[in-house]
Design a protein around this ligand. Structure first.
Ligand SMILES: NC(=O)C1=CN([C@@H]2O[C@H](COP(=O)(O)OP(=O)(O)OC[C@H]3O[C@@H](n4cnc5c(N)ncnc54)[C@H](OP(=O)(O)O)[C@@H]3O)[C@@H](O)[C@H]2O)[C@@H](O)CC1
Ligand SMILES: [K+]
Length: 463
């Protein structure tokens, strides 16, 4: 269900130290790391000449091991270093390489390029000539691999500290790091692969993995499978998209409360024409409602504000999105005090929580703690954070998702899964996964409506 632990540089160092304290030899760990990476590169199958760039630290040490292992397999391998090796393990790995060591700045390009310049120990941007040389060598190569991380990215934030090439693949060692999933660094990693090590550190922060969904029970009925209520507003399209997503999420039934009556759309959705907030409040007294969505197309006027208040006062499990988040931000934020999912994009997040420090993961955690709600901090890298500290980070979203209405679909999906599971963190994780998977199933230039059609296949794949 999870896609593996994500560790910061400091957490990785602590895990490494714990492994050493438990008796693991530091050099053995480097040999393991290099062997795992070499195996992945070998299996990628290019079998062409290789240039391995080795930095001064342990990332460079990994590089020397990789070079030796690939040469043992029969590949033509050259090594180029950036100065001397400074750690004892890296010095040992360098000694075990009995070929020549060229200079990174003058080494000729190769078909396969392995970047073992810097990993989690990068403390500042690369010197400009080194960064330029790395970019040129990667551009020249047919296949390029970043070892642990692309040299130039900040491990914890995913920021680029200097010009960084886009690699074909990145081989993470032992565990994922935030930069593998957070942009802009994630966009420079290429295909992500994990080189396993004997130490297997765990963390509350995990890469989002494929969920395991269950089919409805044999004796299920539409209410036991979860009734979703959606409060609409001035822009009917948004709440219609959200309602259909909820209806296709596995929930038993969907009730849309809005002033308009749609002329088309899935007839399975029950539309109740209600305008005034007190009439909506009356509708929300139905105890069978398992999740309530408010925000898509809600509007920002007094009518919208009154509808939001009715939703907040209803006592139901909530999903708040779009205009509901903006209105909440105008009121200075609010502690949810009950099971809720908030789904802000960058702008809504800032309006609601202000400019928080740290990485996107840190900011999502702080927001979840202060609001008491599960926060889905959306974007090309969506971070799902629970108030208890659990975090799931979703990478690899197709950029075609950046189109109108896809946020409404996600909000509807979250409400639907919340109605089915009753668990906000699980529901948010499932919704983000299904949303991303549905998008992968659509053809380029799809629109939000197409996502709805792809949802049943995305769900079927996880049963
Ligand atoms: N943790 C684990 O479990 C395992 C870790 N393993 C591997 O170790 C890697 C971490 O190794 P690491 O800590 O030695 O750091 P690394 O990235 O090689 O660089 C540090 C050196 O670079 C220097 N330096 C920094 N920035 C610079 C710049 N811009 N320009 C120039 N120099 C710069 C810095 O010097 P300083 O900052 O002190 O000036 C220091 O000398 C990790 O990513 C993985 O590959 C695996 O082998 C096994 C399991
Ligand atoms: K690297």
């Amino acid at each position: 269900m999870t896609g593996g632990a994500i560790l910061t540089a400091a957490q990785m160092r602590a895990a490494e130290q714990a492994a050493f304290d438990a008796g693991i030899d530091p050099y053995d760990l480097m040999e393991q790391a290099g062997a795992a990476a070499a195996e992945i590169i070998w299996r990628a199958g290019h079998k062409r000449d290789v240039l391995v760039l080795c930095g001064p630290g342990n990332n460079g040490g990994d590089g020397f091991v990789i070079a030796r292992r690939l040469r043992e397999r029969g590949l033509s391998v050259r090594v180029a270093a950036l100065g001397e090796s400074r750690t004892s393990s890296a010095q040992r790995a360098r000694k075990a390489w009995d070929g020549p060591v060229e200079d990174v700045m003058t080494a000729a390009p190769a078909t396969q390029l392995v970047d073992a310049l810097f990993g989690t120990g990068l403390s500042r941007g690369l010197d400009e000539p080194v960064a330029e040389r790395l970019c040129a060598l990667v551009a020249h190569a047919t296949a390029s691999y970043a070892i642990d991380l692309p040299s130039g990215v900040e491990t914890d934030s995913g920021a680029l500290l200097s010009a960084t090439p886009r690699f074909g693949a990145c081989i993470a060692l032992g565990a994922w790091k935030p930069a593998h999933l957070l942009h802009p660094a994630a966009g420079h990693c290429g295909r992500l692969m994990l080189g396993p090590l004997d130490m297997a550190p765990d963390n509350d922060v995990q890469r989002l993995g494929a969920p395991l969904l269950t089919a409805p029970a044999a004796d299920a009925h539409k209410y036991s499978r979860g009734l979703v209520a959606v409060v609409g507003g001035g822009m009917p399209g948004a709440s219609l998209l959200a309602s259909e997503a909820a209806a296709r999420s596995g929930a038993g039934s969907v009730r849309r409360l809005a002033a308009d009556m749609p002329t088309s759309g899935p007839h399975a959705i029950i539309n109740r024409q209600v305008d005034r907030a007190d009439a909506i409040a009356e509708q929300l007294t139905d105890k069978r409602i398992a999740a309530l969505l408010v925000g898509p197309g809600l509007g920002l006027d007094e009518v919208a504000r009154a509808r939001l208040r009715a939703a907040l006062d209803s006592g139901h499990r909530l999903v708040l999105d779009a205009d509901a988040l903006t209105l909440l931000g105008e009121e200075g934020g609010r502690t949810m005090g009950r099971e809720a999912i908030l789904t802000p994009h960058e702008g809504e997040f800032r309006r609601l929580f202000g400019d928080l420090p740290g990485s996107k993961i840190d900011r999502a955690c702080a927001a979840a703690r202060s609001s008491g709600a599960v926060v889905v901090y959306k974007g090309a890298d969506s971070v799902i954070a629970a108030p208890d500290g659990r975090v799931a980070v979703a990478g690899g979203a197709t950029p075609w998702l950046s189109t109108a209405g896809t946020g409404d679909v996600l909000a509807g999906l979250a409400a639907g899964r919340l109605a089915v599971t009753g668990d906000p963190f699980r529901a948010a994780c499932e919704a983000v996964w299904l949303h991303g998977d549905a998008a992968r199933r659509c053809r380029p230039a799809f629109v939000a409506d197409d996502l709805l059609a792809a949802l049943p296949a995305a769900i079927a794949a996880r049963l």
